[in-house]
Every structure is written in structure tokens, then in C-alpha cells.
Design a protein around this ligand. Structure first.
Ligand code: SF4
Length: 470
């Protein structure tokens, strides 16, 4: 059977994700991003709108989260000292203001605005690419093809070679060592807080901070401080009302509606408005919270509702200690901690992402597996390790470390993805990341080495460290 002529080319041109180019308009922004990432430009002829030459020492790392398009680039203008910072890509100059980047703190580290065509951006070095491509636009669109072209490429770090030569056993051991350093650093942080306010308050601050995930760490930490100072026993609903009120995220108006959900909202609202005057000076401004780009499960009020269950029970620290000192098989570690931290029921938050969202078709437990692992490796086990260290209890120290090293892997994230590209060329040995400790080890390497170097791995001593392992 013969293959029809141009079958492959025809299929490729019409596959989902193929770039449709309008010859008379600007290219799609994703094509422009791909051009920048792969530097499909006349690199020796780049010029800012103000006439200075631009040398791109590293285009930066493609950012898949909210914020500038590329992070941690290295660029040089004229003969000036090279600048390290972020790159934002827009089709036109006005995109900078139109997208409100000029007032967004997340864009403060932008050192270069790359545009398709237009004049310079106020107060920001601007580079137009329209007349600086290394091939006609149509050819580039064909090369770009689809989303795959934005896959990280050319990101491999200098440690990648030495790491790939390490025997598997030694690689595992190296990552475990880095992970244990991370465990102890986190424990040290909690112990320092305990010296100020006691072990329980240190635990609450750690738990709340972890519930804030990365976007709302600081307001959550503030709420933990407030909660830690409250000694009166409160029901779950009263804690939910108080935490929501302190957060400043409760709606100003009494919610309307009928039914069980509306009743809950009304009780919450009533309880808070009775206390509002007493706590008026500690209510956080809404601007303390970052709400954009949050997954539904990470909505702060939902997280606070979960914390309210723990606070109302009044014995969470004791239950954690009991869990720690009883025998738990490795395979039951996550399940047994989840049982302890998951509220038996929450009639409202088990069925809603936010106060205003409609009732879900299927119940969503307030605590998911990904957040459980975060809590375990970032707070619970470091807290237990710190307590064992304070009591000089070698056996419990070993238990904390054994549970930490055996904990199943957590959710992937952008930092881990980038680290895999840099350290393992995107192809880590099979099964390397089955446990959270390997992920934590890599995060610690990023913290200790990548964050102190740059995209070119200048002055990084990690490759040398890896060579020493052999
Ligand atoms: S900065 Fe160091 S640890 Fe990071 S990728 Fe480069 S060589 Fe590896």
C-alpha cells in the first residue's frame, strides 16, 4: 500500500495547535515567545529603541505562571554591565500599560520589554523584533508549528553531565542528603519560632503558612499569629467566622438566598458582625491577598475553613505527637496523617470552592493529597524533628527522618520542572522522583546553587560537588 504524497506535511499543517499566520497582521504572541526562547533573531544586530546595542547572554527561562514571560535572563546594553532580570513580551509597546504591568509588583524585575513593532516603552529598555528575525515570518511559523516549540530547550546546566555519570545509588544518596538538609533547615526555622512563642504557636504558623501556598503565605502567617493568641474555646463555625472576618475577605453585605448554604453564610456573617468591632484594628486589607491565578482548592477562605476545624479541636498538636510515636507502616504514612487532618465533614466547604460559588456536584474534601504532602514535608515532620532535637531524643529523630525519606512524592511544580530540565536535561533516571524527599533534595539544590548563580551556571560549585561524590 502506498503512502499518499504529502500525507505527512498535510497532516502536520492541519494538526491541532498548528499556528495560523495572517500575513498582514502581527504574529501570534506565542510565536514571538518561541522566537525569543530559541533566539531566532539576528543576535548581532539587536538594538534598543534608544539606539543601544543589545546582547542576549541568556534569554531566560520560559515562565508558565503569572508574571513576566521569561525569568532570570541575562542581557547587556551597549558596553554596560550585564543585567540579570525578567523579560516581558508583547506585540506592541502599549501592551505594557494595557496589561497593567506598569503597576504590577510582579513585573518589577523586568529589564527588557520585547515587542513585535513600535516605539520605546516609557522608562523601560525596549527591543523590537520585526526587522530582526533570522528567517521570514512564514518560515518561522512553520518551524514553530505548535505548542511543542515552547518546550524548554537548551536549559541544561553544567551539573547535568556529572550527575548523569553518577551511579544510581549515589545519586539517590546525594538527593537524600540534600533533602535532610532541607528538613533540618525547616526544623530550625520552627524551633526559632518556638523560642519566641512556644511549640504550638510555631506549629500553627507553619500550618497556616503552608495553607497559604506560595501566593498568600504572609496574610496566612498573620492570621496564625492572631489565632495563636486566642485562648477561648470556639466552635468550628465561630472559628470560620473569625478567621474569615480577620482575613477581610467576607462580603460587606449580608448574603441573600434560601436553603442550607444560605443559612451557613448568614450564620457566618452574623457571627463575624457581632465581633467586628472588637477586632476592627486587626482586619487585613483585601489587597494583602493575591486572588488571581489561584486554583479553586487554594482559595484562602476554603483553606481557613480547614484551619478552623483544627483550631476548634484544640488537640491537634497532641494528636500529631501520638501519630508520630505509634508504629505506622510506610505504605500507610500519608493515609494515616490524612485521616488525622481531614475534618470528618464540612457541610458547606465540602461542597463549595468559594462563598459565592454554586454547590459542587461531587463533594471535594477540604484537604487534598497534594496539600497533605506539603504539610507533611514542610511543617509536620520538621516540627516533630525539631521537638525530638530539642529533647535530644535520637530514636525520634531517626523516626522523623525515616518518615520524611519514605513519604510519597508530592505534586509537580514549575520549579521542579525547570530543575529537571537543568539538572537532568528533562530526562531524570526512571523512578528517581517516587518520593517527596527526592523532590525536596532538588529544591534544596536549586536554593543552594541555582539561586546563587545565573542561567549560565557561572561560579556554581555544584558540578564540582557532584564530581567529588564519585
Ligand atoms: S546553577 Fe549549578 S546547580 Fe543549577 S543548573 Fe547550573 S550547575 Fe546545576
Amino acid at each position: 500500500m502506498s503512502v499518499p504524497a504529502n500525507l505527512y506535511a498535510t497532516w502536520r499543517a492541519t494538526r491541532p495547535g498548528a499556528t495560523q499566520l495572517h500575513e498582514d497582521g502581527p504574529p501570534p504572541e506565542r510565536l514571538l515567545q518561541a522566537v525569543w526562547q530559541h533566539q531566532r533573531v539576528l543576535r548581532d544586530a539587536l538594538q534598543l529603541a534608544d539606539g543601544r546595542a543589545v546582547r542576549v547572554l541568556h534569554p531566560g527561562f520560559h515562565n508558565r505562571e503569572p508574571g513576566p514571560d521569561f525569568r532570570d535572563a541575562l542581557v547587556q546594553f551597549g558596553n554596560e554591565t550585564p543585567l540579570r532580570g525578567d523579560i516581558e513580551i508583547d506585540l506592541v509597546t502599549s501592551g505594557w500599560r494595557a496589561h497593567k504591568h506598569d503597576v504590577n509588583p510582579g513585573f518589577r524585575a523586568v529589564v527588557l520589554h520585547v515587542i513585535w513593532d513600535g516605539a520605546g516603552t516609557d522608562g523601560l529598555p525596549t527591543l523590537s523584533l520585526k526587522s530582526r528575525l533570522d528567517a521570514p515570518l512564514g518560515e518561522l511559523a512553520d518551524w514553530f508549528g505548535g505548542d511543542d516549540a515552547l518546550r524548554p530547550g537548551g536549559l541544561t546546566g553544567l551539573c547535568c553531565g556529572p550527575l548523569s555519570e553518577l551511579p544510581r545509588e549515589q545519586l539517590d544518596a546525594l538527593l537524600q542528603q540534600a533533602a535532610l538538609v532541607r528538613l533540618q533547615l525547616k526544623a530550625g526555622q520552627l524551633a526559632a519560632r518556638a523560642r519566641q512563642g512556644g511549640w504550638e504557636r510555631a506549629l500553627w504558623e507553619g500550618l497556616f503558612t503552608a495553607l497559604g501556598y506560595k501566593h498568600n503565605v504572609w496574610p496566612m502567617r498573620r492570621l496564625a499569629e492572631l489565632a495563636g493568641a486566642c485562648t477561648e474555646p470556639l466552635s468550628v463555625e465561630l472559628w470560620q467566622a473569625r478567621l474569615s472576618g480577620w482575613s477581610g475577605l467576607l462580603p460587606a453585605e449580608l448574603p441573600r438566598g434560601r436553603g442550607a448554604d444560605a443559612d451557613y453564610l448568614r450564620r457566618l456573617w452574623d457571627a463575624w458582625w457581632r465581633e467586628r468591632e472588637r477586632f476592627g484594628d486587626v482586619i487585613l486589607p483585601r489587597t494583602a491577598w493575591r486572588m488571581s491565578g489561584l486554583r479553586p482548592a487554594n482559595q484562602p477562605l476554603r483553606r481557613l475553613a480547614l484551619a478552623a476545624h483544627w483550631l476548634a479541636s484544640r488537640d491537634l498538636p497532641t494528636r500529631l505527637e501520638r501519630w508520630f510515636t505509634r508504629e505506622v507502616p510506610e505504605s500507610a504514612l500519608a493515609g494515616s496523617l490524612l485521616e488525622l487532618l481531614q475534618p470528618a465533614t464540612d457541610e458547606f466547604w465540602g461542597w463549595h470552592w468559594t462563598l459565592k460559588s454554586p454547590r459542587l456536584k461531587k463533594a471535594q474534601p477540604p484537604l487534598g493529597e497534594a496539600r497533605l504532602t506539603d504539610l507533611a514535608v514542610n511543617v509536620v515532620l520538621p516540627w516533630l524533628w525539631a521537638r525530638a532535637a530539642a529533647g535530644r531524643n535520637e530514636a525520634l529523630l531517626k523516626t522523623a527522618e525515616a518518615r520524611y525519606l519514605a513519604w510519597p512524592a508530592g505534586e509537580d511544580n514549575a520549579t521542579l520542572r525547570l530543575a529537571r530540565e537543568r539538572l537532568f536535561a528533562g530526562r531524570p533516571p526512571r523512578g528517581l522522583f517516587l518520593h517527596a524527599a527526592a523532590q525536596q533534595g532538588v529544591l534544596q539544590i536549586v536554593r543552594d546553587f541555582c539561586e546563587h548563580s545565573n542561567a549560565l551556571c557561572e561560579h556554581c560549585r555544584f558540578p564540582e560537588l557532584v564530581r567529588r561524590v564519585k
